[in-house]
Design a protein. Structure first.
Length: 150
């Protein structure tokens, strides 16, 4: 290792200092810097033993940061793409389901604020909410006429 270069452990810690990362994310990001086979596994095992890598914290951080703007479906997808364990993903998403309708209404209110005037506008608003991971039933309830939007 040349002077001034970060070790594999140093790179991992630098990544973790910026935000929580899952083990799978760290493996992918550090792969090009591995100098000998198994080096990444040893470094990540040590960091996990010391509590630097924790998938529950990864899930909590993502839910805290992205939850107010996204539906449970999108959060599930983002956690899965980061390689978080399926049990941790299911637990995080279950916690979001209770507030799904309120969060969808708030996202809709900030973006649109008024009921769609025609079918084209209704479709646009539905696609907007669907792209943010809200389910069909929640979208229908948010956009149904006579539903309380306050």
């Amino acid at each position: 290792m040349a002077f001034g270069q970060l070790s594999l452990k140093g790179r991992a810690l630098k990544l973790l200092a910026a935000r929580e990362h899952s083990r799978a994310e760290l493996e992918r990001k550090l792969a090009e810097h591995e100098e000998e086979p198994g080096q990444i596994q040893r470094v990540l095992d040590e960091l996990a033993r010391r509590g630097f890598i924790d998938e529950k914290r990864v899930a909590e951080a993502l839910v805290h940061r992205r939850g107010p703007k996204l539906g449970a479906g999108r959060i599930r997808h983002e956690l899965q793409s980061r390689g978080v364990d399926e049990d941790v993903v299911a637990e995080a998403v279950a916690g979001l389901r209770a507030t799904e309708l309120e969060r969808a209404r708030e996202v809709w209110r900030k973006k649109f604020g008024e009921a769609p005037e025609n079918a084209v506008e209704r479709g646009r608003q539905m696609r907007f909410l669907a792209a943010r991971g809200f389910g069909g039933e929640v979208i229908r309830r948010v956009l149904s006429p006579g539903d309380d939007r306050q």
